[in-house]
Ligand binder design. Structure first.
Ligand code: AGP
Length: 372
């Protein structure tokens, strides 16, 4: 009913708008007064976390994209090797697991059969499993050694939005916590990032306040049949997520690429007026990637692409090559997906509406996939 949707036309719009609160709620009570993490609820002894030799993340769809982003954070802050695998592929390749492997299973519903079968397999091999889940008491946390709940509240729309942002927050918490427990040379950076995380909900709110031009752009593209998405580093999984949202909601051909791969094939797809969304890394610090992505934008634009550029406030280098420019707040590199994903959700939702599609219940899809 309209009341359930809180005055919004669709649950998806309501859930997009709830993201600042969902992010804040997921952090609540997990950062203490000294700025350290307290994840006592994670019932895996610190000794086990200290001795882990490998982290393996299993998940599906949007949750898998959160896992891909987690890998950058975990490896950077903890130096523990981290693999991310589609849950549906995991057990069929006889993965290498033992009691020193920490498996992280990410699932909004906690009922996704592929993810459940992957974690059962991992536990049979002696691995410890930590679930990141949004649904209290669901099967995946019940069958795991420990759980870190995301506090997004119920997510009704089939297309995942607020659950994704809170999965990211939970992944950062796990990465930072592993760093904290094990001790790392990034101690100062970890403390700074915890401070930035504590403020990030306001940045998400600011992004939401500037979405009208994104909606207008989406409507103007309703007649297109393909949109490409490019990103690098943590922007690459964001590109994959932007493409997945567009597939499920707008039923458009949408593809995400690592921008560095363009020259190895995908650039052949570029033609006159093809919309290409590019997620640009921060220009600050030692980011050589920024310059490389700006070159990619130049290259595709020279070949006729219509460039839709998502870039940090103050990034002037992109301005000459952006047909459409979407600004996001300045954030630490690894946290950028928390703000860069939001315009892509709004974009997909508006395109679905403009194309007359059912936003909350896309064709052929179910909210939780309880079959393998
Ligand atoms: C996301 O928009 C999708 N509907 C889908 O990919 C989803 O993320 C996937 O099925 C995993 O679901 P889960 O998080 O409930 O396990």
């Amino acid at each position: 009913s309209a009341a359930e949707k809180g005055g919004y036309d669709y649950f998806m719009l309501k859930e997009i708008a709830e993201q600042p609160k969902a992010v804040a709620d997921t952090l609540l009570g997990r950062i203490d007064a000294e700025g350290s993490l307290t994840l006592d609820e994670v019932r895996i002894p610190a000794a086990v976390l200290r001795e882990a030799t490998k982290v393996v993340i299993v998940a599906c769809g949007t949750a898998f994209h959160a896992g891909l982003i987690a890998k950058y954070a975990i490896e950077h802050w903890t130096r523990i090797p981290c693999e991310v695998e589609l849950a549906s592929e995991f057990r069929y390749r006889d993965p290498i697991l033992d009691h020193r492997t920490l498996v992280v299973a990410i699932s909004q519903s906690g009922e996704t059969m592929d993810t459940l079968m992957a974690l059962r397999h991992a536990r049979e091999q002696g691995a410890r499993v930590l679930a990141i889940c949004n649904t209290n008491g669901s099967t995946i946390p019940r069958e795991s050694d420990a759980v870190l709940y995301t506090h997004a509240g119920p997510e009704v729309a089939v297309a995942s939005t607020k659950a994704f942002l809170t999965q990211l927050v939970a992944c950062y918490l796990v990465a930072l916590y592993l760093g904290q427990v094990r001790g790392t040379k990034w101690g100062d950076e970890i403390r700074a990032v915890i401070r930035d995380l504590a403020r990030i909900a306001e940045d998400v709110e600011r992004v939401l306040e500037t979405m009208e031009p994104v909606r207008a752009l989406a409507r103007s593209l309703a007649g297109h049949d393909t949109v490409l998405f490019l990103g690098r580093h943590v922007g690459y999984p964001v590109a994959l997520e932007g493409a997945l949202k567009l597939k499920e909601l707008a039923y458009m051909h949408a593809e995400g690429f690592a921008a560095g791969e363009l020259k190895h094939g995908p650039i052949a797809l570029i033609e006159e007026d093809l919309p290409v969304v590019v997620v640009v890394p921060s220009p600050r610090g030692r980011s050589v990637l920024h310059g490389k992505v700006v070159s990619n934008i130049q290259e595709i634009r020279a070949r006729g692409a219509r460039t839709i550029v998502i870039a940090e406030e103050g990034d002037e280098a992109v301005v000459p090559y952006a047909d459409h420019l979407i600004r996001i707040p300045v954030t630490p590199t690894l946290l950028q997906p928390l703000v860069s994903t939001v315009p892509l959700q709004v974009f997909a939702c508006e395109l679905a509406t403009a194309r007359g599609n059912e936003v909350d219940q896309p064709r052929n899809l179910a909210k939780s996939v309880t079959v393998e």
